[in-house]
Design a protein around this ligand. Sequence first.
Ligand code: F6P
Length: 534
Amino acid sequence: MPRRFDALLQHRAAHETATISALFASDPARASRFSARLGDMLFDFSKTQIDAQALDMLIEISKRAGVETYRDRMFSGAKINETEGRAVLHTALRNLAATVTVEGKDVMPELRATHARASQFARDVRAGRFQGQGGAITDVVNIGIGGSDLGPAMAALALAPFADGPRCHFVSNVDGAHIADTLKGLNPETTLVIVASKTFTTIETMTNADTAKRWMAAKVANPAAQFAAVSTAADKTAAYGIDAERVFGFEDWVGGRYSMWGPIGLALMLAVGPEDFDAFLAGGADMDAHFRQAPLAQNLPVLLALVGIWHNQVCGHATRAVLPYDQRLARLPAYLQQLEMESNGKRVSMDGADLPYHSGPVVWGEPGTNGQHAFYQLIHQGTRVVPCEFILARQGHEPELAHQHLLLVANCLAQSEALMQGRSLDEARAIMAKKGLTGAELERQARHRVFPGNRPSTTLAIARLTPFTLGQIIALYEHRVFVEGVILGINSYDQWGVELGKELALALQPILEGKADAAGKDGSTRQLVEYLRG
Ligand code: F6P
C-alpha cells in the first residue's frame, strides 16, 4: 500500500535541485501565487521549495486525510479526542453567540454566564470595587503551569500597550525561586492570587498556591478572600477554601493548551480589560470562520500546516524556528512549543498503530533581532536546514520610535532574503579579492564566507499587534496544529507523554527526603540521589 507521503517524496526527489531562487525566476507571479491573505494579514510561503504540483499534492493529501470532515466534526462538538473520550470545543469560548451542543446539551448558556461573571469580576477589580485587605488591587499573581500559564503570560506581554489594569505576574515553576522572586516586591494586602489549573491537582501549581497563601497569611487576616480560581474541578476549589463567587469554571472539552480563550485568560482580562479581551476573542473567531469557509488552497491554517508537513515529512527537516520580529511576542515560541509539541509529539496514530513517519517537529525560537546575534549563524551556515517562520507587523506601538521599527522590519526581510539567496563561492572570492587577499589565503577565507542559500522561510505579516490580530494569530496556529495532526492521523488533544515523569517524580520525593530506599533505582539515578542529598 503506498504510504501517505510517498508520491510527494518522489516529487521532491525529482525536483530537489530546483532552488527557491530558480522557482522565482521561472514564475514572476510566484510571490502572490504562494501567499494567502485574511483581511490585513498576509502569509507568504513563496520562499520555500514548494512548487505548484507539490502544493496540489499537499492539498490532495489534506483532503484524503479528511481535514474538512474532521474540522466540521470538531466545531460540531463530536468527541474527536478519542483517547480521552472528549469533544474539542475551545472554539466555542471565542464565539459566544454560537449554538454548540455536547451530547445533546446546549453548552453555550453556561459559557456565556461564566464569561459574563469573569468580565464583571475583572471590571470590579479594575475599578477598585473589589479590594484587597489593604485597598485596591495593584498586582495579580497567576499561578499555573503549561496551558494554565503560557497562554495568558504570552498574551499579557504581547498586549502590554493595552494594559491599563493591575500589574500581572505569572508563576509556574515549582522551583521556589520563581515564586520567591515574584512575591518579593509585592504587597500581600493589595495582591490578588489566581490559582489557574484545569485539574486543580497539578503539583507545581498547588505547591506554589500553598506558598502564596502562607505569604499572604503573614500579613492579611483572610488570605482566601484574595484568592480566585480557574478550574474544571469545582469540588477541589471549594475544598481549597476559595469562595464560589471567585471560581470560574470550564469544561473538560477545553484542552489545557487551548484554554486561554476562557477563564484561564482571567489574568489577561484583568490586565487589558474585558473589552480588549473580547476583541482578542473576536480575532480568534474571525480565524475560525475563515478556517471553516475558505477553500483549502486559500485557507491560512491549512497552508501553514501543509508547509509544516512539507518541511517535516517531505524534506526531513526535524525542527522549525519561530522568529517573531516583535519583542512583545517573546513568549510566543514557548507558547507554541506546548501547543505544537504537546499536541503533535505522538508516536502512534489514533488507532494505536506505530506512525510510519515522524511526529510533529521540534519547535523553538526567539525574537529577532536578538536571535540574529546568537543562533542565526547555524541557520545560515550550519549543516542542517531549519525552516524559519518570521512574524512581523507593519506598524509598531511607538510612533516616536518609527525609525527603530523600520530597522526591525529591514532586518526581518533581510534574513529571509539571505536564507534564500545565499552567497556563492565566487561571490565570496570577489569580496576577499576586494579586501586585497590573494592565493591560498583568499581561497581559505572565501570558503568560510559562503552561504549555501536555498533555505526555506515563511513570513506572516500583520498590520499591527492588537488584541484582535493576536487572537487571529493564536487561532491560526491552533488550527494549523489540528490540520497537521489530522494529516498525521494522530490525536492532537491528549498528552499521555507527560505522565511517566510525573509518576516517577512522586516516587523520588520520599527517596530524596531519606524516607524511602533508592535500591530499586538504576545506578545513575542512585548516584545522583546520593549526591543531591548532600
Ligand atoms: O503536564 C501537562 C499538563 O497537563 C498540560 O497539558 C497542562 O496545560 C498543564 O499540565 C497544567 O495542567 P492544569 O491546568 O491541570 O494544572
